[in-house]
Write a new protein. Sequence first.
Length: 282
Amino acid sequence: MRPVSPELISPRSPRVLAARRLAKRNFRGKERLFLAEGPQAVREAAGYGDTLVEVFATVEAAERYADIIAAARDTGARVHLAADAVIEDVSTTVTPQGLVGICRFLDTPFDEILAARPRLVAVLAHVRDPGNAGTVLRCADAAGAEAVVLTDASVDLYNPKAVRASVGSLFHLPVAVGVPVERAVAGLRDAGVRILAADGAGQDDLDAELDAGTMGGPTAWVFGNEAWGLPEETRALADAVVRVPIHGKAESLNLATAAAVCLYASARAQRAAGGCRSVTES
């Protein structure tokens, strides 16, 4: 059997140059395409409708992840065997894993999220770090949230670092982008959702909220900037400003950790007896 050779061997190939440009936000917005790097992201993309457009794979990766390549081809995506130098050029990571996908934008209109009457939502307001944004999205997915909303003051959902940090969760739940925080809060409240702002200086304590039994209903958590939290005008929009209690000597929690604590607290309260979720609910 003749050895398989890559078809794309030059980083200057027009196909490769077009893919590499997607590392920049203006090109992503123009083409409405983004990069999904690594086997986990490409696998999830292949399982999400027709979002996967193209896959670049080294010969070794194509053999190692033959199931992912087959799934990608089943969606109609074009698969290109590429030289290692091409993958390194397209990838935004220091140590590429041999697979890079190109995907169509998949954000959901905010009105569709509201129409679905979500019970647990994460709202990212003024979140600028893409790694944090992706990690919060992953936490929301793990906690069973039905949606994530990124406000117009937050980072680009399709930043390669955000996509990587979501570890495939980007493909699991609806995400609305570019929503003004005032509209996000007003729309969710009109949909019957209680708005909680997470802030280390909040007047209300998360433990006290849980003990009082006030967290069993539909809830949206608003998370702020990594460095300075939520501005006063955003906190004022919430029904309550809640802090995660620090029982030890730590100065504070980082954004992703605090988000995980808050979202899981709501998820547990909603699944408890008397909450709005039920194992018998359709």
